[in-house]
Design a protein. Structure first.
Length: 182
């Protein structure tokens, strides 16, 4: 089994990467989408990144088209949207699948390490209210689900899609991880 830090990743510009390239940083990994009701979360994610990056936070965006076709664009279109609409400066990655038979190995490892999400419930109920079939845990529920990886490379927390970047539950976990030595 490949270690989480060694799973091959591809940046949105096509260049190769791994989580190991961010060694010693606190990582906030988010599956993102450009045409989702939660898309405005890009602004909060960018603000969190700007506010905490000097302390060692990296926000990593992984576009995924798994939920109602809400990320239909190419990598180039997604990159353009993120920079022109939200001035996203945090690292963005090539579009991947976060659920299903073609689930990317990164998301298989993340969901295995943290099968339950903090804040789980209201978002699931809202989706079901719209007659949208939802995935059972440990699968990712929807766009903008968040995973926190500590400086030591361990997955320490997972948050529901509707837990925003300024939510005290998320911020407190990130600050606690940032306070730990690299």
């Amino acid at each position: 089994m490949t270690a989480l830090q060694d799973i091959p990743l591809t940046r949105i510009d096509g260049s190769p990467d791994t989580l190991g390239a961010h060694k010693g940083k606190v990582l906030l990994i988010v599956n993102v989408a450009s045409k989702c009701g939660l898309t405005p979360q890009y602004a909060g994610l960018e603000k969190l990144f700007e506010d905490k990056r000097a302390q060692g936070l990296e926000v990593l965006g992984f576009p995924a088209n798994n939920f109602k076709g809400q990320e239909p664009g190419t990598d180039a279109e997604i990159a353009d949207f993120c920079t022109t609409t939200f001035n996203v400066q945090f690292p963005m990655y090539s579009k991947i699948s976060v659920v299903g038979a073609d689930q990317h190995p990164l998301y298989a490892a993340l969901t295995k390490a943290q099968p339950a999400a903090t804040g789980e419930g209201p978002m699931r109920e809202r989706l079901q209210g719209f007659k949208i079939e939802t995935n059972a845990a440990p699968d990712v529920l929807w766009n903008f689900e968040k995973f926190v990886i500590g400086r030591n490379g361990a997955v320490v927390a997972r948050f529901s899609p509707d837990v925003g970047a300024d939510d005290p539950r998320l911020v407190s976990v990130i600050e606690a991880e940032l306070a730990k030595p690299a």
